[in-house]
Design a protein around this ligand. Structure first.
Ligand code: COA
Length: 156
């Protein structure tokens, strides 16, 4: 497996973006932004991570990431975050932020295991008006609120 910058047709990556976000309206709003890195093996794309620099210089956002379902749990997600961190540092990044649903306990664990810390909650971010299904549940928890994480890139 290796990780490389992806410069080909982004439409090919739509199924991976859709794994990470249930709202096609939201995906369309950020799909073309920034840079995408992909994890590849034998010509197959196994996962992706998308990063871009926010309006605040040195602050990058990890906007989308996913690993093909049958290859999750093998360390690819961890490797993609490490590659994204390296790219941000190359661009003089000092802070990397990412957000996910508070309902998604697996993602809360995943990002904290990658050195991220929570700093902000946005209530009712995932609602029908922003493109999410009404009364959706993740592990029995209503999909409703959003949590932001940050990682200080000046630290190890
Ligand atoms: C989140 C995701 C990218 C993680 O990728 P992955 O390749 O499965 O993760 P890794 O194998 O590198 O796991 C790294 C660590 O996170 C943990 N982890 C990963 N996914 C987890 C989950 N759903 N629940 C609990 N722990 C999880 C692993 O157990 C591992 O822990 P360890 O450090 O104690 O060994 C992947 O599960 C995924 O694509 N999910 C669907 C899309 C998604 O939710 N994207 C994020 C949207 S914000």
């Amino acid at each position: 497996m290796h990780i490389e910058k992806y410069d080909a047709d982004r439409d090919v990556l739509l199924p991976l973006f859709a794994l990470a976000d249930d709202s096609s309206a939201q995906i369309s709003s950020y799909f073309r932004l920034g840079e995408v890195l992909v994890a590849c093996e034998g010509g197959l794309i196994l996962g992706h991570v998308q990063i871009f620099e926010t309006g605040d210089a040195g602050v990058f956002e990890l906007k989308s990431m996913a690993v093909r379902e049958e290859r999750q749990g093998e360390g690819l997600g961890r490797a993609l975050v490490a590659a994204a961190v390296s790219r941000c540092r190359e661009g003089n990044g000092r802070r990397l932020i990412v957000s996910t649903a508070t309902a998604d306990i697996g993602n809360l664990r995943f990002y904290q295991r990658q050195g991220f810390r929570m700093y902000r909650i946005v209530q009712d971010a995932f609602v029908p008006s922003t493109g999410y299904p009404e009364e959706a549940l993740v592990d029995g928890i209503p999909l409703r609120d959003q949590v932001f994480f940050e990682r200080d890139l000046t630290l190890d």
